[in-house]
Ligand binder design. Structure first.
Ligand code: GLU
Length: 478
């Protein structure tokens, strides 16, 4: 498919259309465009697990989009809507995302058709271990070939089960912990992975606001301070993004959309309190009578400065795009804007910070975790105290000088506390993530600004990503 979109494409078609738009502006070796676009393989598995006295059959997928670099990387999703088209679209996005943020992986994605809320913890563990067994015996989970991670409906707990199941099946593999990322810190995980995607959204917005002409294009000005933000989905990504933007950047969260409705408050919502309410009541209804809107999706159309879709794909589509008012959209979820809606929004001048960049914080910190697992040592363990000792030398020398000169000045104890403390793992992870988000934005931004035929950040992101994947194929002689 190419040209302008009149019917709503599937998710995979949507990703391909966006790819095609960018590829049309590039000079790729004949045939290479197709090679990069197609999904290399999708494995479907159906397996039975005996639960509650009966055998339940589950359907799962692991799709590998591109193996130009290995291992391939991408989460495993637990949701009823999981299907082949969706995992293939998500796997393709992983290829482009990893290329854009320079994590040395190909793209993959997995999913299991299941509503995790219908099973207790023991049942979920048995299902996850069985799914892991099916994937691992085909090397679709493997530290050097295919490394899953959390996605919608999965988290640290599931990743710990996967890691343990893999280790049981590969008892002599010293690198077995690197077979999956997003594990809890006590099971080989890394500090800062849970917050990583939301943190990446915050760093992406900060970087966007460091470039005044992009901000002007969106019809905005100034910084994140006081900006009115609507967040769709207060899951792991939406919650952390909203929390950091409110607490650290002074933005106002004026709308929160959940499955059972939405909350709006132009003065700004208390993200922590809303999240607490959702955890205890399963939704937003009942939180406050005044700001509750039963028709949740209608709040996507609310007047605001920044819209953060952080839940499902396809939520901004041909049916509601004409009513979307936000001048800036940051895609915290994968594929929240369909290709048709994207085209209309771009023509209208809405600036979209695309998913493959905006939500790349997760895979970036997954990369750090994988490296940590392979090196078998936590970040900072060798340098931290040495760094503190060297800083102490400087502080002591400055204090000696000031005494010998008879000057009055001293270093404040707050400065000394901050300066003398060597970086721990969390600080190093945040620093690495911030650097990644800044560097990737600049690569995208340079293409966006330098080329008259590139009208939006998404096309720029695809161009950067496709160029890198193409270079990797070329190096292999393809
Ligand atoms: N599922 C996340 C994503 O869509 C994380 C993938 C990973 O960490 O490998 O980017």
């Amino acid at each position: 498919m190419d040209g302008s979109v009149t019917r709503e494409p599937t998710f995979r078609e949507s990703v391909d259309l966006m790819f095609n738009r960018a590829a049309a502006l590039m000079e790729l070796t004949p045939g290479l465009e197709d090679k990069i676009r197609v999904c290399n393989s999708t494995y479907t598995v159906r397996f039975g697990v005996k639960l509650r006295g009966k055998i339940h059959t589950f359907t799962g997928y692991r799709s590998v989009h591109s193996e130009h670099m290995e291992p391939v990387k991408g989460g495993i999703r637990y949701a009823m809507g999981v299907n082949q088209d969706e995992v293939e679209a998500l796997a393709a996005l992983m290829t482009y995302k990893c290329a854009l943020v320079e994590t040395p992986f190909g793209g993959s994605k997995g999913g299991l058709c299941i509503d995790p809320r219908e099973y207790d913890e023991d049942e979920l563990e048995r299902i996850t271990r069985r799914f892991t067994y099916e994937l691992a015996k085909r090397d679709l989970i493997h530290p050097s070939q295919n490394v899953p991670a959390p996605d919608m409906g999965t988290g640290e707990r599931e990743m710990a089960w996967i890691a343990d199941q893999y280790a049981r099946m590969n008892t002599t593999d010293i690198n077995s912990r690197a077979c999956v990322t997003g594990k809890p810190p006590h099971a080989g995980g890394i500090q800062g992975r849970v917050e990583a995607t939301g943190r990446g959204v915050q760093y992406a917005l900060r970087e966007f606001f460091r470039h005044p002409d992009g901000v002007r294009d969106a019809g905005l000005s100034g910084t994140l301070e006081g900006k009115r933000i609507v967040v769709q989905g207060l899951g792991n990504v939406g919650y952390h993004a909203a929390k950091f933007l409110l607490e650290e950047d002074g933005a106002r969260i004026v709308g929160i959309i959940e499955r059972d409705g939405a909350l709006v408050d132009d003065e700004g919502l208390d993200v922590e309190a809303v999240s607490h309410w959702i955890r205890n009541h399963g939704g937003v209804s009942g939180y406050s009578s005044s700001g509750y809107v039963e028709d949740g999706p209608s709040v996507l159309e609310k007047d605001c400065d920044i819209l953060v879709p952080a839940a499902l794909e396809g939520v901004i589509n041909l049916t509601n795009v004409d009513r979307i008012k936000a001048p800036l959209i940051i895609e915290a979820a994968n594929g929240p804007v369909t290709a048709g809606a994207d085209e209309i929004l771009c023509k209208r001048g809405t600036v979209i910070i695309p998913d493959m960049y905006a939500n790349a914080g997760g895979v970036t910190v997954s990369y750090f975790e994988w490296v940590k697992n392979l090196s078998h040592i936590r970040f900072g363990r060798m340098q931290r105290r040495q760094e503190e000792a060297r800083h102490m030398l400087i502080v002591q020398e400055l204090e000696r000088l000031s005494r010998s000169l008879g000057d009055e000045w001293t270093l404040t104890s707050d400065f000394k506390d901050k300066y003398l403390r060597g970086a721990d793992e969390l600080e190093l992870v945040r620093s690495g993530l911030d650097d990644t988000m800044r560097t990737a934005y600049q690569a995208m931004y340079d293409v966006w600004r330098a080329r008259d035929d590139v009208m939006d950040l998404r096309t720029a992101a695809y161009i950067v990503a496709i160029d890198r994947v193409a270079a990797s194929y070329k190096a292999k002689g393809l």
